[in-house]
Design a protein around this ligand. Structure first.
Ligand code: NAP
Ligand code: 12T
Length: 345
């Protein structure tokens, strides 16, 4: 009989939390008891899991007694405050926030790229940033075969990455514009900052807070996390992250310069056979990845693969994935499956 686990989901009422529950259900994760945790605001809410109602409780340091696997998705501050308590109670914590990703003690894992790192954990395994996950999953077969020298990425990110309220705000603003009414932005680009911008019918070149070097934190996450996950600090990475009024699915324009000459057909076939990656690339059929086709699916979609015109060792491509699935909940549940000794291939 397979072992059954006591599992906690912290941030269960959020956009990522909802998908975590869906993935645990779909994968029939071996759960003997499920604890759903949130802030005091949502405590008492009932959420459905496997046809039964589970009451959400307020997350406190004592919530983790007896918990074996804890999935955190309630923001970095909550992770910083509660993960040490969860680890003390013996839980393996899989953290969806930025809190521990660059901690040298914490493995930062995309199973298709560096599943071997999971074995080194000391109680915490970090789930990378959504935009980073889909990019490194697609680039891994090219790194293995040719080596990667340089990456230049521009993102076109969905509003659901900024939470359930950002999705509501985008729908509300779209109605306001179409009805000719005034738009009053409340959340985007960053809920905690005073200045807000309209997202409906717009493109906002700011995701997360600005850093002193002129990059945003989202851009710096992509730069640092890519090097850590790919295990090569010498890869040159630059990123520009843009929010667009798409609800689900991040798209990325990626320039990747390889360390050696490559054959385009071979590169395509490596992408086509990479685990978790689907090649959608046929200009004659106008076939390429789209957020609308990626939404709701766990894979990373790659297309528009073409040789760069100036640098023959480089290629350009378009990478799309559902930011709440491979970008968050699915990647976290994949890690949980490996922790639980399941082979999820
Ligand atoms: P969301 O829709 O705004 O949901 C936030 C969740 O956190 C809710 O369940 C909320 O509970 C809970 N929460 C907030 N403050 C809390 C507190 N003090 N104590 C306990 N729970 C608290 O946001 P989301 O999109 O699901 O994202 C949640 C977090 O996941 C983000 O902050 C980010 O760090 C991370 N994230 C990671 C990725 C990734 O790339 N891997 C992608 C998106 C998000 P209430 O219902 O009680 O408010
Ligand atoms: N601010 O996981 O706003 O660090 O889209 C993911 C998404 C942080 C993260 C976003 C963010 C993260 C967003």
């Amino acid at each position: 009989m397979t072992k059954q686990y006591t599992v906690a989901v912290v941030g269960a009422t959020g956009a990522v939390g909802e998908q975590l529950l869906r993935m645990l259900e779909e994968r029939d994760f071996p759960i003997k008891q499920l604890k759903l945790l949130s802030s005091a605001r949502s405590a008492g809410t009932k959420l459905a899991f496997r046809g039964e109602e589970v009451t959400v409780e307020e997350a406190t340091p004592d919530s983790f007694k007896g918990v074996e696997i804890a999935l955190f998705s309630a923001g970095g501050d909550v992770s910083k405050a509660l993960i040490p308590h969860a680890v003390e109670h013996g839980a393996v914590c899989i953290d969806n926030t930025n809190a521990f990703r660059m901690d040298p003690e914490t493995p930062l894992v995309v199973p298709e790229v560096n599943a071997d790192q999971i074995a080194n954990h000391k109680g915490v395994i970090a789930n990378p940033n959504c935009s980073t996950i889909q990019m490194v999953a697609a680039l891994k077969p090219l790194q293995d075969r040719y080596g990667i020298k340089k990456i230049i990425v521009s993102t076109y990110q969905a509003v659901s990455g900024a939470g359930a309220r950002a999705v509501e705000e985008t729908l509300r603003q779209t109605r306001e514009v179409l009805n000719g009414n005034e738009v009053n932005p409340e959340i985007l680009p960053v809920g905690s900052l005073p200045v807000k911008h309209q997202i409906a019918f717009n493109a906002i070149p700011q995701i997360d807070k600005f850093q002193e070097n002129g990059f945003t934190l989202e851009e710096m996450k992509m730069i640092r996390e890519t090097k850590k996950i790919m295990g090569d600090d010498s890869i040159e990475v630059t990123a520009t992250c843009v929010r667009i009024p798409v609800l689900y699915g991040h798209s990325e324009s990626v320039y990747v310069e390889l360390k050696s000459e490559y054959d385009l057909e071979e590169a395509r076939s490596l992408l086509a056979s990479a685990p978790g990656v689907v090649l959608q690339d046929d200009p004659s059929q106008q076939l390429y990845p789209l957020a609308t086709t990626a939404a709701g699916r766990p894979e990373v979609f790659v297309g528009r693969v073409r040789r760069d015109l100036n640098e023959p060792k480089a290629l350009n491509m378009w990478i799309v994935s559902d930011n709440l699935l491979k970008g968050a909940a699915w990647n976290a549940v994949q890690i949980a499956e490996i922790v639980a000794g399941r082979n999820n291939g």
